[in-house]
Design a protein. Sequence first.
Length: 359
Amino acid sequence: MYRFLIYISYSYALPIGNPLEKEILKRKYDVKWFSDTNDGKHALKSKDNVLNKIEDVINYKPDIILTATDNVPDFINAVKVQIFHGFFAEKRPTGNNKFKHFGIRGFFDLYCTQGPNTTGPFSQLAKKKKFFEVVETGWSKVDSLFPLESKSNDKLPNIFIASTFTERLSLAHNDAVFQEIKRISKTGKYHFNMVLHPKIPIEIVNKWKSLSDAYFTFYNTTDLIPLFKKADIMFADTTSAIQEFLLQIKPVVTFNHTIEHDYLLNVKNAEMIEATFDKALTYPESLLNYIKAYVSQLHPFNDGLSSKRVIDAAIDFLSKDKGHLKPKPFNLIRKYKIRKKLNYFTLKSYNKAYTKTKK
């Protein structure tokens, strides 16, 4: 009987963890959840298998921690698996975003990557660092997206809108975009479904909610896949939800994306939005071919079984001999920050007192 812990920070990690929980329970293993923020704790209130304190996590003695965060407590003696809280979104032309996604913080034993464009870089880092392994599994969050469905049969074209929370990159903060979507929605030409990032200020959220009518629906949810399936195209900025939507091989119109990707239709002024919507809705063959090429590197799995591969990889790593791996780096500053965040400063947290024999 294996004991799993799904470790999250924010509410948007629930759709990542839920398919993993389902797969774990299907195998009749034990699974608990833990969040290190109040936002995550609030989102987990509907579940009855939540550990509320770090001391409870330690006493639970998980065998495997599935982590949708950048960091995880080092003092919990378990296999620590990075399952990622998003795709490599390629939001910025500089190397900063790449460094953040491929940053090695020294906490994880296993990285379960989503596709070749992440497996390659992490595999090279594994060869260099020698204290973790990499397995390409696909991403649990998108399991329910498959099998893919054809375009909607709705009378009106359905456009899904999403926005990042970073103000300078966010279409939600742009008043010209707001006014143009407001104008278009009044024409009755399309139906819009919109979701905003949980970190976007409430006054911006309320502004967009005010558009709600027969042709515009605002959703307060972190479960985007049902809305992806309804949509014919997506309108976004640089949000990482773009990559998830593209797995359906459906067009995405972006506003002021920081990189001119051939698999996106990018517009730089609000006046071009409607015309670009119309172009996207024709599903241009050349655009779809660019999307397919990109998806083959991003997430080639379309069987909906990524959660199964993650659990298989984690159990395999737990069971195998790991004598070839080097010790993890000391990371004293990061370890201190984690303890401070969790308010966990005990002598035992600094040594390896919490150990158990793996069978």
